[in-house]
Design a protein around this ligand. Structure first.
Ligand code: PMT
Length: 224
């Protein structure tokens, strides 16, 4: 479904990516897409046009102002975002993109042979990084940092390396947070190094907190 854009556009990536190994196997992660879809819903409720580029998930979202693009791999996700990034006022990179893909994708199912199998992996495109290089004045980009340790330090590194305006830190150490849950616990850190930690909330409420923070930061107001 495709929406006609007369409203400010928000580009959102969501869900996992799947990187094929052969016709029946792939590399992926546990992302359900719930966080990215909740952010999309919040922006739609605020009157934005949303382009949601989603990896394989079971979620459905329909709205007259929503353009929903289903992709499988990181390369597909990147290519699907490209026509929209420069017209988007806000980009939110909520997808859990596989950092590596198989160097070769076998056209036939790989046969079982010895006791070991070595798979050569090559780096995937870093979507948030690539768009960070293209970002223009007046555009705001929000990334996530999914961490297990040294959370704040790693989040700040992602904020700077990927030229983000805001990073949403979530840690798998927090009970009920990140992959698959209906809840999440986040800390938002912006480029002014102002940070705010929110309590565990439903992903729907977290989506609203993220949309509110992004909109007020885009309007040069700190929401903290
Ligand atoms: O989908 P759910 O089950 O609701 O779970 C939500 C979530 C845990 C997936 C979500 O809250 C989250 O943390 N998303 C980002 C996961 C991630 O890949 O984090 P990262 O720290 O590895 O990546 C940093 C940032 O770069 C992210 O904005 C990511 O989207 C982006 N990235 C990473 C690698 C890559 N090749 N391209 C990217 O755009």
């Amino acid at each position: 479904m495709s929406a006609i854009f007369q409203k400010p556009i928000v580009l959102i990536t969501a869900g996992p990516t799947r990187e094929a190994i052969d016709p029946v196997r792939y590399i992926t992660n546990h992302s359900s897409g719930k966080m990215g879809y909740a952010i999309a819903e919040s922006f739609l409720e605020k009157g934005f046009a949303v382009v949601l580029v989603s990896g394989p998930v079971t979620l459905k979202l329909a709205h007259p102002n929503l353009t929903n693009i289903a992709v499988t791999s990181a390369d597909e996700m990147y290519n699907a975002c490209r026509p929209y990034f420069l017209t988007a006022q806000i980009a939110v990179f909520a997808a859990a993109v596989a950092d590596y893909k198989s160097a070769e994708v076998c056209t036939q199912k790989m046969k079982k042979s010895g006791n070991e199998l070595n798979l050569r992996l090559v780096k995937n495109v870093d979507i948030a990084y690539e768009f960070g290089q293209l970002k223009q004045k007046g555009q705001l980009s929000v990334g996530f940092a999914l961490e297990t340790n040294d959370e704040e330090q790693n989040a700040l590194k992602k904020l700077n390396t990927k030229n983000l305006d805001m990073v949403i830190l979530n840690s798998v150490q927090d009970e009920g947070a990140t992959f698959g849950y209906d809840t999440n616990k986040i800390t938002i850190i912006n480029q002014d190094l102002v940070s705010r930690t929110f309590p565990l909330k439903s992903k729907k409420e977290v989506g609203k907190d993220i949309a509110d923070a992004a909109i007020s930061y885009a309007n040069n107001q700190s929401s903290f």
